[in-house]
Design a protein around this ligand. Structure first.
Ligand code: NAP
Length: 319
């Protein structure tokens, strides 16, 4: 099979398209014929060698969608021919085929395309965990999605709207704000404008947001704390550096700063997350947004794009 492999950590160009032997499923494992693969920022951190221990050489990627080709002994939930998406793989998702544990595959409803299915594993699971498992957000609460035009952001807007929250979304461009509105935001704000959090205060009648889902905490955390309602929670989903904050802003509001990493989710929590996502995909409240499709061989360009260009939905690689 064709696969992208990393032989040394470094720039996107260390990823090379190669011919490798297709894996075979052992007990409890499923082999998937991949139709689409999602590119996530974390793939770039792992390829660069700054996150997660990986033995070289490896095939990057965790999120794919495709058709079950073969199952190993004791696999109960799948049989060949099932449409599935993955939330992690054993062998890597930037390839024509991937081996998964049974728990890493999930049935993909017919109404969802393979490219949409490849948007789910990290982005939707992260959004669900941030909003419901970490912030414990409730219907009726005000939620600020601080960075709503990307993979996790659009997922967060759809999930929060479907759950009955008042959704304020930010994006850096007209196109990003239009996307957030289309996906269910009640209000949009431009996060490139100085003082944009004053607008959030105005929208909330100066009460602030009950929940803030933060994708660039090193830039926004200090302002987030000032924009929290009493008892509010900021969930730090993304951060690319350090920042100085005034802890009194949290103290005075009984506010919380909550970290989250999808990698810390227990098997039981992941099962709960993907059960909820499947329900949302089936009833049409979750509609993954494909921003751009590129051939698998263009994985290096996809890694440049996800870090250097603006996001409008997900970048997908097609094997
Ligand atoms: P993405 O698709 O590249 O989206 C990035 C988002 O950040 C865009 O909506 C972008 O908006 C927004 N952004 C840019 N400048 C911003 C600012 N000043 N304030 C607020 N938002 C800003 O990336 P993604 O896949 O959604 O991931 C987002 C972040 O979450 C990444 O840092 C990723 O590493 C992290 N993440 C963490 C976990 C975890 O488990 N903790 C899991 C998944 C992802 P514009 O382009 O409109 O400006």
């Amino acid at each position: 099979m064709k696969a992208i492999r990393v032989h040394e950590f470094g720039s996107p160009e260390v990823m090379r398209l190669e011919e490798v032997e297709a894996p075979k499923p052992g007990p409890g494992e499923t082999l998937i014929n991949i139709k689409a693969t999602g590119v996530n920022p974390v793939d770039t951190y792992i390829r660069a060698g700054i996150y997660g221990a990986k033995k070289l050489p490896f095939i990057p990627g965790s999120d794919a969608a495709g058709v079950v080709e073969a199952v190993g002994e004791n696999v109960k939930r799948f049989s060949p021919g099932n449409r599935v998406y993955t939330s992690g793989t054993i062998s890597g998702a930037y390839a024509e085929k991937a081996l998964c544990k049974e728990s890493q595959a999930h049935i993909l409803p017919d109404r969802i395309t393979f490219s949409q299915g490849a948007c789910l594993g990290v982005p939707y699971a992260t959004a669900y965990r941030a909003i419901f498992q970490r912030a414990k957000a409730l219907p009726g609460e005000v939620i600020l999605i601080h960075g709503a035009s990307g993979g996790v952001g659009t997922a967060s807007v759809q999930l929060a709207r479907a759950a009955g929250m008042k959704v304020i979304a930010t994006a850096g461009t007209d196109k990003g704000r239009a996307l957030a509105l289309k996906e269910g935001a009640h209000f949009v704000v431009d996060h490139t404008k100085p003082g944009h959090m004053d607008e959030v205060m105005r929208i909330t009648d100066n009460n602030g947001a009950d929940v803030i889902i933060e994708f660039l905490a090193n830039v926004n955390l200090a302002a987030d704390l000032k924009t929290l309602a009493k008892g509010g929670r900021v969930v730090v989903v993304g951060s690319r550096g350090t920042i100085e904050i005034d802890p009194r802003e949290a103290m005075g509001r009984d506010g919380s700063i909550i970290g989250m990493s999808l990698f810390n989710a227990a098997e039981k929590e992941l099962y709960s997350i993907h059960s909820a996502l499947t329900a949302g995909l089936e009833n049409g409240t979750l509609r993954p947004i494909v921003g751009r499709e590129m051939p698998l061989k263009d994985a290096p360009a996809a890694h440049h794009a996800i870090l250097e260009e603006r996001a409008y939905g997900k970048i997908i690689l097609i094997p």
